[in-house]
Structures are given as structure tokens and as C-alpha cells.
Write a protein that binds this ligand. Structure first.
Ligand code: M6R
Length: 364
């Protein structure tokens, strides 16, 4: 039931404060992650993990790309991420101590499931990050961490993604504590995670401003999305959302790649969306934005501090509340979901059931 909402997608976007809470409920102690959440025998398995191989498709793959930054940064162990349709068909090297992590909303995605079946005898263990209890992926993996997002009806994945990120952050912490992550750091992140639902509520209150911004996109044929660090996969996810529900061609780039090619596309008809929290990469990102400005590109910036980001003509800046660095990719995803939602509504597409797409891709 959509209740007061016009579409399931909008309802699911608005459910995120509640479901990210569900994704951590019962899994956090006062200042640490509780390992029981991962199933019996989890602790013994985690003790032996030396690297992580993540496999997923689509939006779930983007969650995996963000987790790579976290795992290498906080646990200091190698993490590889690959789309399942490539991974399953090539000869992959899996060093001893590899934890195979699959990420899937449905738990039935054909390529993801096939990848698991392909390698399960060659890895230390498999962990499924999944939203559907009893799904094939959950049944066939050694460990699982349910994302608890509840049923997701809209084909465009929204709450499934942000809850996957919460689950992946919990996974990062249990791996990290075995590889020198300071208990104080874990305690700080646990504390920050507990603030996440309230932060997401604040971002949702920006919806009217985002809806207004969306008008600039309705007539456009193309859009570019830029980010750096964990915000690069967020930009990829923003571009995927825009293309799948509004049918506008959108591409994402790591902002530093701009001058290696895509800058040639930038002109007044190419809106450029940027996620720019106030972090150590902001100065670099600002230089990239200047490059866009200089070519007449129209900029839409979701920023941590609007004063710092070119408040001038041709630049629309929307300021988000201050966000702990680790939560940036989760929080900055919401404005991009809302932006593509409103663009699709303006264009009159079938938001919940975009053409040519299925919710669960059970054939390759
Ligand atoms: O159920 P899964 O998470 O395995 O599905 C993978 C992709 O098909 C899915 O994430 C898809 O990209 C999204 N629905 C796009 O919004």
C-alpha cells in the first residue's frame, strides 16, 4: 500500500530513516558491533579473513564499491569488487583467506547466485548481504546479514541500497577489529551510526528544494554526475537512478577523470550534478567544478557548506547538514534519489515500473 504517497519509490525513499534503524537494531552494543548478527560460527570465520571479494549487480554493486573504501581504510585488508556477470565468467584468483561477499536486495539475481556457486568451494567462506529472508543467496551462503529494509516494490532500488551500506559498515567494523582498528574508532562510528536516522530525516526535509531543482532536468537529454572517494560510487548510483526512471542519459565520473575525456562533453546543455561534502577532497573537487564552470556547464551541487562552493551564476547549491565522514555516502544518496524521482514525475514516466526493467533479474 502506497498510503499517502504517489509512488512506491517515494514511499520507500521516505522510509529510509526507519529502515536504516532496522538495519542496525539489535546489532549494536553500547560501543561495538555484535557479531552474533552474522550467524553461528561467524566469529571463527572472521578471525581467518585476509581479504574480501565482493560481487553484485547494479545498485548493489555500487554499495560494494563504497564498502571497498571502508574495508581498505578501516580494516586495512585488500578488497576487490566486481559485477557478477563478469566475475562468474573469468578465471579469478582468490588468495587464501578470501571472504566472498555477495550483495543483493532480492537474493535471486541469476549472475550473483551463479558467481557464488562458481567459487564457494574455493573461498574461506561466503557472506550474503541480502534483504529477502530465505532467498537462494541466503540459503546457499555460509553467513548472512539481513538488511531489514522490508519489501521494496519500486524497481528503482532506494532503501535497499542505504540499508546495504549500513550492513556493509557493520561488516567492516567486525573485520577491522581483527586488523588493528582501534576500539575508540569503532565506538565513534557506532555512535555516528546511531545518529543516522535523524540525519536522514533532516535531508528528507530538503525535498521541496530538490523538487524545484528537478525542473532544470526535465528538458535535458544528458547529465553528468561527479564525486570523489566514497562519493564517486554515490555519483554512479545517482546516474543509474536518473537513467532508469527518467530515461535521461546520465554518466558518472570520478571528478578527477573529468579532464581525461568527459570535459569535452560539457556545454550549456549538459547539467553536472556534484556531491560535495565538506571533507578533505573538497578543494580538489572545487577545482574540478571550476573546469565545468569555465565551459559554460550548469552545475548542481549538493554541498556540506554552501559558502565554500562557488555561489555564483549557473551554480545551484543545496546545503546538507554536517555529516560524519563515514556516513557521507549514505546521506548524500538521498538527494540524488529525490532528484531523479522528481525528474521522472515531471517527464511522466512510469516511476515504479520503468520500461524494459524487472525488479528481480533471475535470468542472465
Ligand atoms: O536484487 P539485486 O540487488 O541483486 O538486484 C541487482 C540489480 O538488478 C538492482 O540493484 C538494480 O540495478 C536496481 N533495481 C536499480 O535500481
Amino acid at each position: 500500500d502506497k498510503g499517502e504517497y504517489k509512488h512506491y519509490m517515494l514511499k520507500e525513499i521516505y522510509e529510509q530513516p526507519k529502515v536504516v534503524h532496522a538495519a542496525m537494531e539489535g546489532r549494536l552494543g553500547k560501543d561495538s558491533v555484535l557479531e552474533q548478527a552474522f550467524g553461528t560460527g561467524a566469529a571463527e570465520i572472521f578471525d581467518q579473513v585476509r581479504q574480501v571479494q565482493i560481487v553484485a549487480c547494479g545498485t548493489s554493486y555500487h554499495a560494494g564499491l563504497i564498502a571497498r573504501y571502508w574495508i581498505e581504510d578501516l580494516a586495512g585488508i585488500p578488497c576487490m569488487v566486481e559485477v557478477a556477470s563478469e566475475f562468474r565468467y573469468r578465471k579469478v584468483v582468490l588468495p587464501p583467506g578470501t571472504l566472498f561477499v555477495s550483495i543483493s536486495q532480492s537474493g535471486e539475481t541469476a549472475d550473483t547466485l551463479a558467481a557464488l556457486r562458481e567459487v564457494r568451494d574455493r573461498v574461506l567462506a561466503s557472506l550474503a548481504i541480502c534483504n529477502v529472508p530465505g532467498s537462494s543467496l541466503v540459503r546457499e551462503s555460509d553467513l548472512c546479514l539481513m538488511t531489514n529494509a522490508g519489501p521494496e516494490i519500486g524497481v528503482a532500488s532506494t532503501k535497499a541500497f542505504t540499508t546495504q551500506l549500513v550492513a556493509l559498515l557493520l561488516t567492516t567494523l567486525v573485520l577491522g577489529r581483527r586488523h588493528g582498528l582501534a576500539p575508540e574508532t569503532e565506538a565513534r562510528i557506532v555512535d555516528e551510526l546511531k545518529q543516522l536516522p535523524a540525519l536522514l530525516e533532516r535531508v528528507l526535509s530538503l525535498d521541496p528544494a530538490i523538487e524545484k531543482m528537478s525542473q532544470a532536468f526535465a528538458e535535458k537529454q544528458h547529465a553528468l554526475f561527479l564525486g570523489r572517494g566514497t562519493l564517486n560510487p554515490v555519483a554512479m548510483e545517482g546516474a543509474l537512478k536518473l537513467k532508469e526512471i527518467s530515461y535521461i542519459h546520465a554518466e558518472a565520473y570520478a571528478a578527477g577523470e573529468l579532464k581525461h575525456g568527459p570535459l569535452a562533453l560539457v556545454d550549456k546543455d549538459m547539467p553536472v550534478v556534484t556531491v560535495a561534502p565538506r571533507n578533505e577532497m573538497l578543494d580538489k573537487l572545487k577545482a574540478n567544478l571550476q573546469e565545468v564552470k569555465a565551459r559554460g556547464g550548469e552545475l548542481f551541487v549538493f554541498a556540506g557548506c554552501s559558502d565554500e562552493v562557488l555561489p555564483e551564476e549557473g551554480v545551484q547549491v543545496l546545503e546538507l547538514p554536517p555529516v560524519p565522514g563515514i556516513l557521507e555516502p549514505i546521506v548524500y544518496t538521498l538527494p540524488l534519489q529525490l532528484l531523479s524521482y522528481h525528474v521522472a514525475v515531471l517527464k511522466g514516466t512510469d516511476v515504479d515500473q520503468p520500461r524494459n526493467l524487472a525488479k528481480s533479474v533471475t535470468v542472465e
